[in-house]
Design a protein around this ligand. Structure first.
Ligand SMILES: Cc1cc2nc3c(=O)[nH]c(=O)nc-3n(C[C@H](O)[C@H](O)[C@H](O)COP(=O)(O)OP(=O)(O)OC[C@H]3O[C@@H](n4cnc5c(N)ncnc54)[C@H](O)[C@@H]3O)c2cc1C
Length: 373
């Protein structure tokens, strides 16, 4: 599929970057507009766990599962170090209530054909011998999951776009967009740029752009905090992610990963957990709590990371596509954007370049938010 279509992509997060990358691979002439730097939005605050562990309904689970499987190909196409680490996730429940719920989750995932099983404490310690978890109610192993360094992914996309003669305009805020019969325009200050198609992947700002075109894409404010450390020697020997659910503990749930550059990232609750507490005290408490299970973290100083805001459609499902009212404007707004970047980038580009509709995206169209769309 090769095309000389001229496309603007607003947003240098992982969704804009992947879409611009795939468009340029398909021969489109691409210009990326980013108001700050690559990864300065949600992508730079993400835990970046590639998974379909807890995704509903089934169509959304399948989209995530399919995207997990596309990551190795995406990495090969980018042909750069993107900090991709596989090894899977283990979620450990230390109390009976959470343990029963986890066992139900595994049963459902197995019925849905997702690589998952319950493992014993002995099996967990074979995977991670240095863990100090005394009480295990149940442990779920989802071995096909991994994580990336989003900043590296985005920069790899950008460098490929540039070598395909595309343009990346950083520190270039788009003020407005509009469309006419022959295409769509992007306004930056006094400059008006004309394109065949404009892709809006502006994260939490996407709804402002859609609103200006008469399209309603409602979002919920969803703040989150993932704390970091300086690079540390390797802690986990096999797994890419470890989650501990302890409804009796000081912090109910912890998710932990160590990037390929040695940086440790920890968050409370699940990936959807909402908090605005980005204080150093909270970060220290989180390290302290995690060090009960991972002794290597004792006396490690955290780095304070400011709150990140997830692009979060009101129904929590991705928004992918143009509308009958705006055929030359294509909207991309979603949570789980790191997991979804390969599939969304590729399928959105196919729709734009091929002027077609991909069936598996039908549940995620902007039209679900009302007749106005
Ligand atoms: C705390 C936290 C944890 C998360 N954990 C996970 C996880 O484990 N796994 C997972 O898959 N997902 C996770 N996510 C979600 C994931 O990070 C996001 O879904 C994804 O980063 C969204 O990417 P995006 O490109 O759509 O948006 P963004 O990364 O926000 O990018 C949008 C870009 O648009 C730019 N922009 C905005 N307005 C304009 C304008 N007017 N002109 C030009 N540029 C503009 C912004 O500067 C920004 O760079 C997490 C998110 C957070 C915050």
């Amino acid at each position: 599929m090769k095309s000389s279509i001229n496309v603007a992509v607003i947003g240098g997060g992982i969704i804009g970057a992947s879409t611009a990358f795939h468009l340029s691979q398909m021969g489109a002439r691409v210009t990326v507009f980013e108001k700050e730097q690559p990864a300065s939005g949600a992508s730079g605050h993400s835990f970046a766990w590639i998974n379909s562990f807890n995704k509903f309904p089934r169509s959304y689970h399948e989209l995530n599962h399919d995207s997990v499987e596309r990551w190795p190909r995406f990495e090969r196409l980018l042909n750069q170090d993107i900090g991709l680490k596989w090894g899977g996730n283990v979620t450990v429940a230390t109390d009976a209530t959470s343990g029963n719920m986890l066992a139900q989750d595994v049963k459902r995932l197995q019925i849905w054909g997702y690589p998952s099983k319950l493992i014993t404490k002995k099996e967990l310690l074979r995977l991670e011998p240095s863990l100090k978890i005394h009480k295990i109610s149940s442990a779920a192993y989802t071995w096909s999951e991994g994580h990336v360094i989003t900043d590296k992914v985005i920069r790899a996309c950008m460098s490929s776009i540039l070598s395909n003669s595309g343009k990346v305009l950083l520190q270039t805020r788009v003020d407005s967009i509009s469309q006419d019969v022959s295409g769509a325009s992007v306004v930056v200050g006094r400059k008006i740029y004309k394109f065949d198609m404009v892709v809006v992947a502006a994260g939490v700002n996407t709804s402002q752009f859609s609103e200006s075109c008469g399209i309603n894409l409602p979002q919920r404010v969803s703040p989150g905090v993932v704390i970091k450390t300086n690079p540390l020697p390797q802690i986990l020997k096999s797994l890419s992610v470890l989650q501990i659910v302890n409804s009796e503990g000081q912090i109910n749930q912890i998710h932990f990963r160590q990037s390929t550059d040695g940086v440790v990232m920890i968050g409370t609750g699940s990936q959807e957990h909402e908090t605005t507490d980005d204080s150093l005290e909270h970060a220290e408490k989180l390290i302290n709590e995690t060090s009960r299970y991972i002794p290597e973290l004792q006396n490690v100083r955290p780095i304070r990371v400011p709150v990140g805001y997830r692009p979060m459609p009101m129904d929590e499902l991705p928004v992918i596509g143009s509308t009958p009212k705006t055929p030359n404007i294509y909207f991309l707004l979603m949570h789980s954007g790191v997991t979804l970047a390969p599939i969304v980038g590729e399928l959105a580009s196919m729709e734009i370049v091929g002027n077609l509709k991909v069936e598996c995206l039908s549940a995620f169209r902007p039209s679900r938010f009302g007749q106005k769309n």
